[in-house]
Design a binder for this molecule. Structure first.
Ligand SMILES: [Zn+2]
Length: 137
């Protein structure tokens, strides 16, 4: 249903909730992802885009067991289609540095989570913020 081409290299299905197939996507996020994709010229795999509340809870339950309620981030931009977790297929550290630079320069991406040493992914989101917030997983 969501296998609709929405930019040169992305289909809507790539951003949908992995469990339910529902999808919301902020167009600004797509724009930055396509800019990164074009610049790096390697496939990008989105491991988590939009999440329903239930899927979000499920992820935290699987990760933290009974402690999920203390850990869960209800402010997550995945819940509004404004966040993606992704990796670059055969991505080098130069590729990831380039991706982060594009995100910083975009003036759209305001949250960057670096999970490259923990599962090998980047989180990017377009939260409302004056400055860019960065963290590591
Ligand atoms: Zn994320």
């Amino acid at each position: 249903m969501n296998n609709i081409q929405i930019s040169k290299n992305f289909q809507l299905i790539e951003f949908e909730d992995n469990r339910t197939g529902e999808v919301r996507l902020d167009k600004r996020l797509l724009k930055v992802m396509q800019t990164i994709r074009t610049s790096i010229n390697k496939p990008i795999r989105i491991t988590s885009g939009y999440r329903t509340k239930n899927t979000h809870m499920q992820i935290y339950k699987e990760k933290y067991g009974n402690a999920w309620k203390d850990k869960i981030a209800w402010g997550s931009k995945h819940l509004s289609g404004q966040a993606v977790d992704f990796y670059i297929v055969n991505g080098t550290s130069d590729d990831y540095e380039k991706a982060i630079k594009i995100a910083i320069d975009s003036n759209i991406i305001k949250g960057i989570g670096n999970g490259l040493s923990n599962g090998g992914f980047l989180h990017m989101d377009c939260r409302n913020s004056d400055k860019i917030i960065r963290w590591s997983y």
